[in-house]
Each structure stands twice: as C-alpha cells, then as structure tokens.
Design a protein around this ligand. Structure first.
Ligand SMILES: [Zn+2]
Length: 175
C-alpha cells in the first residue's frame, strides 16, 4: 500500500471509502509507531506500537490478532455502536510518548466517542486528531458520541498551536 510523506518521518496511508487514514511515524531507525489501522489490513508489517484514536471499526479493523503493542483509551473499552475492540488492546497508561524525534502528548478528547484521543507534538506542531477534527469541519457525534463533550474537546484542541492537521479521514492539511 502506497504511503505519502506529509512531514519528516510521518507517512499517511489515506483511507479508501469508509476506512480511516493510517499514520506511520518512523523513529529514525525504522521502528514504526502506527496511529490507527484502517478498517481492513493496510499496514503490511507489524508496527512496533499501534495507538488507536478510538474503537470504531473503521480505525481498528486492520489490527492483526498477532500484533502485540496495541493501545486504546480506557474510555472506549465497552461495547459501543460500531466498536471493534482488538482482543489484545491495552489501556493507554501514559500521557506522553517519545518516539525518536517525536514527543507526543496523548490528549483525551471525548465527544466522538468517550475514549477518543488526539496526539500532539507541540514542538513540531503536528496534531493527529482522529475523528474529533477534520480538514473541513468537526467530527460526528451521531455514532454514539456526545455533543457537549465534543464542544469542550474542540475548544481544547483549537487552542493548540498546531501547524499540520492529520485527521482520521480526509486530507492532511496545514492550518
Ligand atoms: Zn469514528
């Protein structure tokens, strides 16, 4: 599957039809952190780590059952509508993650789902927004989400000084 480089060390596999985008972050030595997996397998080898922005099947369906380091926010560990929780998924028990040159903050941004997260590299100004924020508007709350929580989360992330938005669907864009 072809992947476009959108920033140094960051590749995107754009989702086709329903499937989510997949982001691949290289630590500089070929160790890959993946963000989301798509609806079906598009990542061709096991990433060293996979973080899911939420539990909707179009983001989680591409997880191979043999992959080890798969993480999801604890708020999404229930049987919600359109959820598909990989059996091996672990709860995210860290607020920051260093991956090569990347320093990622894990931001809990409920609304689209209760356990939705964004990942933010403050220094590089890159925001991975899952289904909370898209290039052309805000995320949906009609798939089991919560409007009020979404508003709060959106005001939180709009404050962030990001330059590049890497959303769960649609194009990557500059702010
Ligand atoms: Zn979703």
């Amino acid at each position: 599957m072809g992947a476009d480089e959108v920033a140094r060390g960051v590749k995107v596999i754009y989702g086709q039809e329903l499937s989510s985008n997949v982001y691949l972050l290289d630590d500089g030595r070929g160790k890959i952190l993946a963000i989301d997996s798509g609806a079906y397998p598009v990542i061709n080898s096991e990433p060293a780590m996979l973080i899911l922005t939420h539990a909707h099947f179009d983001h989680t369906g591409g997880v191979d059952e043999d992959w080890k380091n798969v993480y999801l926010h604890e708020g999404d560990f229930f049987d919600g509508p359109f959820f598909k929780i990989p059996g091996q998924a672990k709860k995210i028990d860290f607020e920051k993650l260093r991956w090569g040159n990347f320093n990622l903050e894990i931001l809990h941004t409920p609304g689209h789902t209760l356990g939705s997260i964004c990942l933010f590299d403050r220094k590089k100004g890159i925001l991975f927004s899952g289904d909370t924020l898209f290039a052309d508007g805000v995320g949906r709350t009609d798939l089991g989400g919560d409007e009020e929580l979404m508003e709060k989360s959106l005001s939180l992330i709009r404050e962030l000084d990001y330059k590049l938005l890497c959303p769960g669907h649609g194009p990557v864009c500059k702010r």
